[in-house]
Design a protein around this ligand. Structure first.
Ligand code: SAM
Length: 213
């Protein structure tokens, strides 16, 4: 699966992209992740990506033309039939809420093109005519879409076959877990691992886990 991130701060992704799981996934050719600089699709000397909103208002908006050129050029990188399975996603706090169900749906595409907004947002024509969908990662306003892109990629890649050694753990409901030591003093009080987990009765362990998931 190919992820193409469009951002005015692509360097934000450097450290994150090289961390173990994502780097290993790329090495194993399960995924390909590239953070592109939106300014590469500008024509003017200053590489302008923003402008004032029509009708007035505070701050600047991201312009539609560089985003349009970026989307067109990145879509063409996945050739033939596969381009039908590309999905263009814009991030906005006004978008559809991202959930695990959405991650499962998105994992079926061959390419995700992720548009990260900045400033006061993005010319609405990007949402209306260029993006296939608009997603929000929660009911709060971030400075930019870069963190939202990371959240979505971190969730979707876990669904890709081979990314996680045991695929079942990628989607299984999370439950309370413990590791050694069996007992520890925290603020002067003994805190122990629940006895049922130490007993080796798999049926009881499964029930306990279900209860604490
Ligand atoms: N007033 C703008 C709006 O409603 O879209 C807020 C712009 S915000 C400062 C800049 C960018 O951050 C947005 O264009 C979007 O790409 C991203 N962003 C902010 N909050 C987000 C959220 N909850 N989920 C996803 N992206 C978000």
């Amino acid at each position: 699966m190919r992820f193409d991130i469009i951002s005015i701060f692509p360097e934000i992704f450097d450290g994150w992209l090289s961390q173990s799981l994502l780097a290993r996934g790329q090495k194993k050719k399960i995924l390909k992740l590239t953070a592109h600089n939106l300014r590469d699709w500008t024509d003017d000397k200053h590489k302008t990506v923003d402008d004032r909103p029509f009708g007035g208002g505070p701050g600047m908006l991201m312009k539609v033309e560089p985003i349009m050129k970026a989307v067109e050029s990145l879509k063409s990188k996945v050739k033939s039939k596969k381009s039908e399975k590309a999905r263009v996603i814009l991030f906005s706090p006004r978008g559809k809420k991202f959930t695990q169900t959405e991650a499962k749906r998105l994992a079926k595409y061959d390419q995700l093109i992720l548009i990260c907004g900045r400033y006061e947002g993005v010319d609405e024509r990007v949402a209306d005519y260029l993006a296939d969908e608009t997603l929000s990662i929660g009911d709060y306003v971030l400075n930019g879409g870069e963190v939202a892109a990371m959240v979505i990629i971190e969730t979707v890649v876990r669904m890709l076959p081979g990314f996680i050694a045991k695929t079942e753990s990628a989607v299984k409901a999370d439950h309370a877990q413990y590791t050694r030591p069996e007992e520890i003093l925290i603020a002067g009080k003994k805190r122990a691992v629940p006895k049922v987990l130490l007993g080796g009765d798999h049926k009881k362990i499964a029930l306990w886990r279900e209860k604490h998931s």
